[in-house]
Design a binder for this molecule. Structure first.
Ligand code: NAP
Length: 433
């Protein structure tokens, strides 16, 4: 009997789970996504100027091409079909929908105009249909980016990119126009801890030293000459080159280029200032105690008209899924009988794209172990009937291929694609194909 598996979310974790399961005999996988476009964060999270990273989707195409894998796009779990219904229809349901919301910064004034979470801001410049209308005002002097991870670097870098630097990117049209016309002169990246604790990766860090119209600056005194001697050797190997790049910024002078990116370590935001609109961020100087940031009571204000919180993501709440701390409650990917999770929904928003592969393989192995001899549910045939009954329009991987081809065909010279920004626009392409 065929084991019927539904995977919810066609991002990296979903594709790696599908890959691991589909190579087994007697398994049928339905990969369900709420958008007509698959690939999750590869399409809408990875920065548009990081095209090499996006090439991983070629591997996902191979998985989608397998006879026992079906892509079902434009179907939202929670509204079009419930978790309980999916569990009735499939032997195993694997939640792979990642983290689709911003963790609140938790600051007074966070609701002011001009304050965004990185999920929304990144979605906006990447042309995610949910954020097409975000329209952040970039006719500004200064922006503050909160957090010391790669998402913070992505947001800061994109804010100072030139049209020339982005010509081989797939940035959304609206974002390109706003960014290239932006008056922003200063971008502040705030880290509540120090440069040694920052989770920047070396490739992203190097880019901050190669900006066409930007200069990255640091406070000399905040950048140590060397890493602490007692640092874990593995961590030291990845931190050392990042520290070297920060050291290379020491001679740089603020204002010596059209745009300055200020690395401000040892400061934590305590309040977003302004009336309806943000006019600044009040920050408190910190010092490290046992590797934790402790406020010193010394305050200062950074005037700005845009704030982007890059402090982490949370997964979406859906009826029928136990959630805690922004992730699905699970033990090693097991949630309940026949219900599993993988990727960021399972472990929170950490790790690279590749981290999801072994993670998904482990959970797939658990599914196969748990389901030995237990198959027999209707699977996709049952789901198809239910969706037809509800007049839900579904899209296939061939439909995605048509959207893909149309985006590539209308790309500006040198760019890989020009994205469609709304679901109706995507569906019109499918209708015309
Ligand atoms: P991250 O690496 O976990 O960084 C989050 C940052 O937010 C940390 O510096 C953290 O500081 C800070 N933070 C958390 N709460 C805060 C608060 N209340 N106030 C001030 N700062 C706060 O997460 P991310 O940048 O969102 O990235 C998510 C994952 O995607 C990471 O694994 C990242 O490497 C990956 N990613 C990779 C790439 C790439 O490889 N190009 C690009 C984007 C994302 P503390 O350290 O003090 O907690």
């Amino acid at each position: 009997m065929t084991l019927q598996v539904a995977i919810i979310g066609a991002g990296p974790a979903g594709f790696y789970a599908a890959e691991a399961l589909a190579k087994e005999e007697g398994v049928q996988v339905d990969l369900i996504d709420r958008l007509p476009t698959p690939h999750g964060l590869i399409r809408s999270g990875v920065a548009p100027d990081h095209q090499t990273t996006k090439k991983v989707t070629k591997k996902y195409d191979q998985t989608a091409a397998r006879e026992n894998v079906r892509y079902i796009g434009n179907v939202t779990m929670g509204t079009d079909v419930s978790v309980a219904e999916l569990r009735d229809l499939y032997d195993a349901v694997i939640i792979a929908f990642g983290a689709e919301g911003d963790r609140p910064i938790g600051l007074p004034g966070e609701d002011k105009e001009g304050v965004y979470g990185s999920f929304a801001f990144v979605g906006w410049y990447n042309g995610h249909p949910d954020f097409t209308d975000l329209a952040p005002d970039l006719d500004i002097d200064a922006a503050v980016v909160i957090g010391n991870g790669n998402v913070a670097l992505d947001c800061a870098r994109l804010l100072v990119r030139t049209e020339n630097e982005m010509k081989a990117s797939d940035i959304a049209d609206h974002a390109g126009e706003a960014i290239y016309g932006s008056g922003v002169k200063d971008v502040y990246i705030l880290g509540r801890r120090g440069p040694v604790q920052a989770s920047f990766s070396i490739a992203e860090m190097r880019e901050m030293g190669e900006l066409e119209q930007g200069i990255s600056v640091v406070h000399d005194a905040q950048i140590p000459e060397a890493l602490p001697e007692d640092m874990d050797p593995k961590e030291a190997r990845s931190r050392k080159p990042v520290l070297e790049v920060l050291k290379s910024f020491r001679p740089n002078v603020s204002g010596s280029a059209a745009k300055t990116v200020h690395f401000e370590f040892f400061c934590r935001p305590v309040e977003i200032l302004g009336d309806d609109r943000v006019t600044g961020v009040r920050v408190e100087r910190t010092r490290l105690v046992d590797n934790r940031a402790i406020g010193t009571g010394e305050m200062f204000d950074i005037p700005c008209q845009l704030v982007i919180g890059c402090i982490g993501y949370v997964s979406r709440e859906v009826e029928g899924l136990p959630m805690e701390g922004g992730v699905v409650v699970n033990i090693d990917g097991r949630v309940d009988q026949g219900l599993y999770c993988v990727g960021w929904a399972k472990r929170g928003p950490t790790g690279t794209i590749g981290t999801n592969r072994p993670d998904a393989q482990d959970v797939a192995a658990r599914v196969l172990e748990d389901m030995k001899g237990g198959a027999g549910k209707p699977g996709g045939a049952g789901l198809d009937a239910l969706l037809i009954d509800r007049a839900i329009r579904v899209t296939t991987y061939d439909d995605w291929s048509a959207i893909d081809a149309a985006e590539i065909a209308r790309a500006k010279e040198g760019a890989p694609r020009r994205k469609f920004l709304t679901i109706p626009d995507m569906l019109s392409v499918v209708d015309e194909a």
